[in-house]
Ligand binder design. Sequence first.
Ligand SMILES: [Zn+2]
Ligand SMILES: [Zn+2]
Length: 244
Amino acid sequence: MSILDLIYPKRCVGCGAYGSYLCAGCFSFISFADQGFCVACQKAAIGGFTHPACKTSFEIDGVFASVAYKGVVKRLVYQFKYNPHLLDVKQLLVDFFYEGIIQKEPFINLLTGRSFFMPIPLHKNRMKQRGYNQSQVLTEGLVERLQKELPVNEDRSGGRIVIKDCLERIKQTKPQFGLSQQARLANISGAFCLKSNSVDDLKNASVVFLVDDIVTAGTTFREAAKVLKKAGAGKVYGLAFAHG
Ligand SMILES: [Zn+2]
Ligand SMILES: [Zn+2]
């Protein structure tokens, strides 16, 4: 037991029971079955791939999410965002993220070449406020598990799954929550730029996975993908812990 366990006794985020941040009963309510959707039109899409008819130039190729953003998952994400000292909560999120994402065959099938995993960056002011980037933390946890546990073969080795940080957030955006799709797009437009010396890196990737904690309408992923594709990236997908 650490000193933190004494200061902050572990309680289930769902029902308040002592002992862990998620009890077995509340765990059973977590829904992994997330319907795939097309971020361009918001309608259902098999596997989470953007509909071919919706794909304009520089559009993201698809989005995968691990769990549904509701109930106990919402509370876990809240704890994760605002109580960064709770390492157990972080590990829970990483584990659910991993377990959910490896069940998605379209995602696994994309890991044949060199895959870049790229966290959605925070603006430097927000970073100063919060002290850490939750997307970065999730990216590190997810990549560590993928490298460790995915079967290694000629096409797919741990060394081919790498974290690459090519994006910078240059615009401080308002929270997207509650905004219409049009307002979301206007809000996020111009938010990202490419870090210097990233262009050559991008050309070496067979696929780029942008990583974020929550995907709602997918406008953040779409804007980031646009910047990467304009710079020469081939396939770009979004990976989110939760969809809501
Ligand atoms: Zn519980
Ligand atoms: Zn569509």
